[in-house]
Ligand binder design. Structure first.
Ligand code: S3P
Length: 169
């Protein structure tokens, strides 16, 4: 197969499997894998929840945009973004220019199940009851889908495999 000439960016809501699939896809391609949140944590020397707690979401978004510009400079890599990264117009513009973007479109029901049972600390879901989480996911997904839907490739399934992504590149 012809490998993409740009980095492959995986985007989608929290819990859509970007990091897990990204690692597997990178292995299939023989490319490097970068998780944008881990990249940020390494460079900031603190966790994502610490950044939110200490400096707030607006500062996290600025740090995220700068990190995105850095990681998009290199080819031959699969990049998993945080769920909010493509939802800032300037970030989406950059993603469209510099990468082949793939939206992992998972149903709202499945996202809720995954997020309700996830051990990953997610500041946006902190302190919410089950029903608040459900409403929050529904509202945020509605707000974010117009951004996600602009990805070059959309894969809609609750059981996305790396091979499925590879076959669409
Ligand atoms: C966020 C998603 C998180 C992380 C941060 C904010 C979001 O990443 O970037 O907590 O705004 O959706 P995941 O999508 O990997 O959970």
């Amino acid at each position: 197969m012809n490998l993409p000439v740009k980095p492959v960016v995986l985007l989608g809501f929290m819990g859509s499997g970007k990091s897990t699939l990204g690692k597997q896809l990178a292995a299939l391609l023989g490319w490097d894998f970068i998780d944008l949140d881990r990249f940020i944590e390494t460079h900031e020397n603190r966790s994502i929840p610490e950044i939110f707690n200490q400096d707030g979401e607006a500062t996290f978004r600025k740090i995220e945009s700068i990190a995105l510009q850095k990681v998009l400079a290199y080819n031959c890599q699969v990049i998993a973004l945080g769920g909010g990264a493509p939802c800032q117009p300037e970030n989406l513009k950059l993603i469209k220019e510099k990468s082949l973007s793939v939206y992992l479109k998972i149903s709202e029901t499945q996202l809720f199940i995954r997020l309700a049972y996830s051990n990953t600390p997610r500041p946006l879901l902190n302190g919410k009851s089950e029903s608040e989480t459900q409403t929050f996911i529904a509202d945020l997904l509605t707000a974010r889908e117009p951004f996600y839907d602009q990805a070059d490739i959309i894969i809609e399934s609750d059981t996305i495999t790396p091979e499925m992504v590879l076959s669409k590149l």
